[in-house]
Design a protein around this ligand. Structure first.
Ligand code: ADP
Ligand code: TRP
Length: 339
């Protein structure tokens, strides 16, 4: 698979004798969907096999859009359970909830003098949210600094994300470079890892699939919900005897579930008259079900055993804190926050 990062294929990365630290986070801002799954989650789960994986649920970030206490709490634990069900292994990785290591908020403040107002104003994710009618509060505005702190607090080498996060990674790299120029080589400059095939999963309406656009196919949707969302994928009005357009959400979503050979077959079917979108949707429905079904049992288990989940998170907090404390101490010292 092609990627934008210099590191190349999945699974990779050995840096001399040291494993690379791969870190990414996801907001608990709603039900996780196939865009999250292909753009970030499944890749993280693969990475844990060969790398030093750090993965967390970024609930401080979600505060910028969710102000209902119970909704945030439920979303957070559900996101943790979704990850565990899909194969995140707390013994192979460091897996925690962002707010359990609050040193990240201190680092956000320490980095805020390295972050230009102009750069924050140019953040496309900030502009998108304001355009969608969210009030332009400071949380939304300084969101990229909190994300930079997330990445830099753990000395991350590689950050797997979807395309929408590319600019945030550029901001992080700028902040870290500025910091190192002033205070010495303390922060690791991270590389984004964006997979060209999965960087932008379309939603049922053809826009980017996103919790905030109401166009998602949730990973763990039940049969009815899944059927409803797959059947609602927009298609064009091409007649049965015409070849079909492949630059379309149905084709692109279906392709995500296919190996190289099956992708070619689907491509041929789209080129050949006679294809019915209704049939393709039914096949896609089966594919999604087949793909996700094996994970449902584990999800059910964790749902019924929340104490196990809490124990996992306590361990994750401990592991993440060791690294966070090391970095924050070095940073404080370098900046003169000591006496
Ligand atoms: P959402 O837009 O649904 O709120 P997030 O911003 O929480 O999603 O994204 C979490 C992770 O999933 C990020 O790495 C993001 O780049 C990735 N991601 C989200 N939506 C998509 C998508 N449609 N295609 C590919 N990756 C995506
Ligand atoms: N901003 C990211 C998103 O919306 C989530 C995020 C927060 C993140 N902190 C991070 C991703 C650190 C990677 C690394 O998807």
């Amino acid at each position: 698979m092609e990627t934008l990062s210099i590191y190349g294929a999945t699974g990779l990365v050995m840096n001399m004798n040291k494993k690379s630290r791969v870190l990414s986070g996801i907001q608990p801002s709603g039900k996780l969907h196939l865009g999250n799954y292909f753009g970030m989650m499944s890749r993280m789960i693969e990475y844990q096999e060969k790398n030093d994986l750090f993965c967390f649920i970024v609930n401080y970030h979600a505060l910028t859009t969710i102000q209902d206490k119970n909704e945030l709490k439920n979303n957070t634990i559900n996101a943790v359970i979704d990850f565990l069900a899909l194969g995140m292994d707390p013994n192979k990785s460091t897996f925690w909830v962002q707010s359990d290591v609050p040193q990240v908020t201190e680092l956000t403040w320490l980095l805020s003098s390295m972050a230009g107002v102009g750069q924050m104003e140019r953040s496309t994710s900030y502009k998108d949210k304001i355009d969608k009618g969210l009030s332009p509060h400071m949380g939304l505005f300084s969101y990229p600094i909190l994300m930079a702190a997330d990445i830099l607090l753990y000395g991350s080498d590689i950050v797997p994300v979807g395309k929408d996060q590319k600019q945030h990674l550029e901001i992080t790299r700028d902040i870290a470079t500025r910091f190192n120029n002033i205070y010495g080589e303390i922060l690791v400059i991270p590389e984004p890892d964006i997979n060209l095939e999965t960087m932008l999963v379309p939603g049922t309406d053809g826009q980017k699939m996103s919790k905030s656009y109401g166009n998602t196919i949730p990973i763990f949707a039940d049969e009815n919900e899944l059927k409803k969302s797959v059947m609602s994928i927009v298609t064009d009005s091409a007649g049965i005897n015409e070849p079909k357009d492949k630059d379309t959400p149905l084709y692109k979503i279906y392709s995500l579930f296919l190996n190289h050979k099956d992708k070619e077959l689907l491509s041929d079917r789209y080129d050949t008259p006679g294809l019915r979108y209704g049939d393709v949707k039914k096949e896609l429905l089966d594919k999604i079900y087949e793909h996700i079904n094996p994970y449902r049992k584990k999800r059910k288990y964790y749902m019924a055993n929340i104490d196990d989940v809490r124990q996992i998170l306590i361990k994750g907090k401990e592991k993440a804190s060791i690294v966070a404390n090391e970095y924050i101490e070095k940073i404080r010292k370098a900046m003169g926050i000591t006496y």
